[in-house]
Ligand binder design. Structure first.
Ligand code: URA
Ligand code: SF4
Length: 246
């Protein structure tokens, strides 16, 4: 079906079969986003109970599983470490586990995760194949509120170590919480997208969070632009000889 206002991008989206799914509504998280509660953080978030530096994958996973470094541990079911190819070129970083992730211990398995899988498919990527998926916080913020700065800070060494071990070529920050915490810069997605930033020397691109896109269909074309930008950026990172540059 084609409508008058169709853009080329919309056509491409439909051709690759993600348009329909991007319209999926009614996910639990589509309930109005909980307002951030400024002073409502757990009382005394601290740094990790033990240093994370130098840990290997097994040690890092074990430490996250037993972590009590911030208040989010109190109500979690399972920690959600991250999943995928531990040598991936692509790293996607979300915000934190939701209800289904907390149940299953895997990131992005709910409604937003289905959209993320479709976004990956749109650029020929698949979960686990040259892709790693992680979150800013490893434990679910109750009621799906945003993690507060102290919680993100308490958890940051884990993601930092994951990134050191993976050595991705490109990081895609999904949504404002991921972007702000990775870039340590408070700005909107609208401001941050469309540019190559850096996290500890690794190129980083910002786009909308899939849960946001499920509620805000009008921005999905921009997300598609961002994915194309990410692909172009990744291409530009390949060795010049292989890219045919003279
Ligand atoms: N939203 C996120 O940011 N991360 C998940 O793992 C699931 C939903
Ligand atoms: Fe530890 Fe991170 Fe869970 Fe907080 S969110 S308890 S820092 S693993």
């Amino acid at each position: 079906m084609t409508t008058a206002g169709d853009t080329r991008r919309d056509q491409i989206l439909r051709e690759i079969g993600i348009d329909v799914r991007w319209r999926l509504r009614g996910a639990p998280e589509a309930a109005s986003a909980p307002a951030a509660e400024p002073g409502a953080a757990s009382p005394v978030p601290r740094a990790q109970s033990a240093p994370v530096q130098g840990l290997d994958w097994a040690e890092l996973k074990a430490q996250v599983t037993s972590c009590t470094a911030c208040g989010l541990h109190e109500k979690r079911n399972k920690t959600v470490f991250g999943v995928g190819d531990e040598q991936a070129d692509w790293l996607f970083v979300g915000e934190g586990p939701g209800a289904e992730e907390d149940e299953q211990g895997e990131p992005f398995v709910g409604q937003a995760g289905k959209l993320l899988d479709n976004m990956l498919a749109a650029i020929n990527l698949r979960r686990g194949e040259n892709v790693y998926i992680a979150n800013i916080v490893k434990c679910r913020p109750p009621g799906n509120r945003n993690p507060v700065a102290e919680e993100a800070q308490a958890c940051s060494a884990y993601l930092q170590r994951q990134i050191e071990l993976i050595r991705p070529k490109l990081i895609v920050a999904l949504g404002k919480v991921a972007a702000v915490n990775l870039l340590q810069r408070d700005a909107s997605i609208a401001v941050l997208r469309g540019e190559v930033h850096e996290y500890r020397g690794i190129p980083l691109i910002v786009t909308y969070h899939p849960a946001y896109l499920l509620r805000t269909l009008s921005d999905k074309a921009k997300a598609w632009q961002d994915l194309c930008f990410a692909v172009d950026t990744m291409r530009g990172l390949q060795p010049a000889a292989r890219a045919g540059a003279a």
